[in-house]
Design a protein around this ligand. Structure first.
Ligand SMILES: Cc1cc2nc3c(=O)[nH]c(=O)nc-3n(C[C@H](O)[C@H](O)[C@H](O)COP(=O)(O)O)c2cc1C
Length: 360
């Protein structure tokens, strides 16, 4: 079954609860059933902290290569930076060699990781010149070898993220899930697409429901969850213990509190006010500039502001495009803040798009 778009006639779903008190991964009890998906280039420390503050019950870092000889790069160092984050610090590792992944898990645990997540969901063909991510799903013996090696390497919980298989004809997610459970994996996140779909088409949830019905470890449903209603439907349909939101959180970190509220009360909470959106966006930019430094922070802020603008119902799509162009031309934190102060005040479109303003 594909649940996209949600049926218009579906009412509040009352047979799923927001907290489902029993969901725990290792010794970590989840405060709710909504997680932030790992997204390389998106779920950096500032974004993870923001999503946690706005209701994400669990967040996962951007994938880190299993090859420690690459950890000195600025990119890896930033990805491995979890300073000041609330527990648990979940580090995702990616690679194709069991021994290397085991060593990476061990080293990350020594560096302060509290949970190791193994990436078998990413569609990239290779990491470190070896099949990795979802490409591993074709080789069940190697999957078993990796899972056994990583679980044996660390005392902390190890979790796994997969797709439904390599292609439509080879949906082996249930077999992989069983391998995971017997290897001692503590929770399994399933993106309802096979690898060849990359991010196209629609996620399906039948495979996730089937896995859930056969396994006892927590199962997390992922793929195309972009609204509170959809989250409730997917939880009810699959019986999953939690949902994981990726792209739906880009430009909309409020989605976590919105889903939590809907699961608890069966109705949507009010959307954040303009003043609140302003405050969150301002804080997010400050955190990006501080985390990455000015030059890189200014560049990374453009991507996020673009997503916030795409989600901003005050503007028409052409206005959103024009505003993104304006913002992308700004080259310093000061000009970015100045622009945000203008954009997040009433009458922004008229003012910013008037002739003689930023770009007109
Ligand atoms: C930009 C981007 C980067 C991603 N990076 C990772 C990653 O590092 N590790 C991983 O397991 N999945 C990664 N994913 C996959 C997501 O975690 C998630 O499974 C996928 O986007 C489907 O969920 P969604 O429909 O809610 O976005 C990435 C997805 C996107 C869009």
């Amino acid at each position: 079954m594909t649940l996209n778009p949600p049926p218009a006639n579906i009412g509040p779903i009352t047979n799923v609860s927001a907290t489902n008190g029993s969901v725990a991964i290792g010794s970590f009890a989840l405060p709710n059933r909504v997680m932030l998906a790992p997204m390389a280039g998106v779920t950096d420390r500032p974004f993870r902290q923001l999503c946690r503050r706005l209701g994400a019950g669990w967040v996962v870092g951007e994938m880190v290569t299993a090859d420690p000889s690459l950890w000195h790069t600025r990119k890896s160092l930033l990805r491995m930076d979890h300073r000041g984050e609330p527990e648990p610090r979940v580090v995702q590792i990616a690679g194709g060699d069991a021994e290397m992944l085991a060593q990476a898990a061990r080293l990350n645990a020594e560096l302060g990781a509290q949970v190791i997540d193994i990436n078998m969901g990413c569609p990239a063909k290779k990491v470190c010149n070896k099949a990795a991510g979802s490409a591993l799903l074709r080789d069940e013996a190697l999957v078993a070898e990796i899972l056994d090696a990583v679980v044996a390497a660390v005392e902390i919980p190890v979790t796994l993220k997969i797709r439904t298989g390599w292609c439509a004809e080879s949906n082996n997610a249930l077999r992989i899930a069983r391998l995971a459970e017997s290897a001692g994996i503590q929770s399994l996140a399933v993106h309802g697409r096979h690898r060849q779909q990359r991010y196209t088409g629609q996620a399906e949830y039948d495979t996730i429901a089937e896995i859930k019905s056969h396994l006892s470890i927590p199962i997390i449903a992922n793929g195309d969850i972009t609204s509170p209603e959809k989250a409730a439907e997917v939880l009810a349909y699959t019986g999953a213990d939690a949902v994981m939101v990726g792209r739906g959180a880009q430009g909309n970190p409020w989605i976590f509190q919105q889903i939590n509220h809907y699961l608890q009360h069966g109705e949507r909470m009010a959307l954040p006010s303009l003043a609140e959106r302003h405050q969150v966006l301002h804080g997010h930019l400050e955190a990006l500039h501080a985390f990455y430094g000015t030059t890189m922070g200014v560049r990374i802020a453009r991507k996020h502001v673009g997503w916030y603008l795409s989600d901003d119902q005050r503007f028409t799509p052409p206005q959103q495009r024009a505003l993104k162009q304006q913002f992308n031309a700004l080259a310093s934190p000061e000009t970015q803040f100045d622009w945000i102060n203008n954009a997040m005040a009433p009458g922004a479109a008229t003012r910013l798009l008037a002739k003689g303003s930023y770009a007109a």
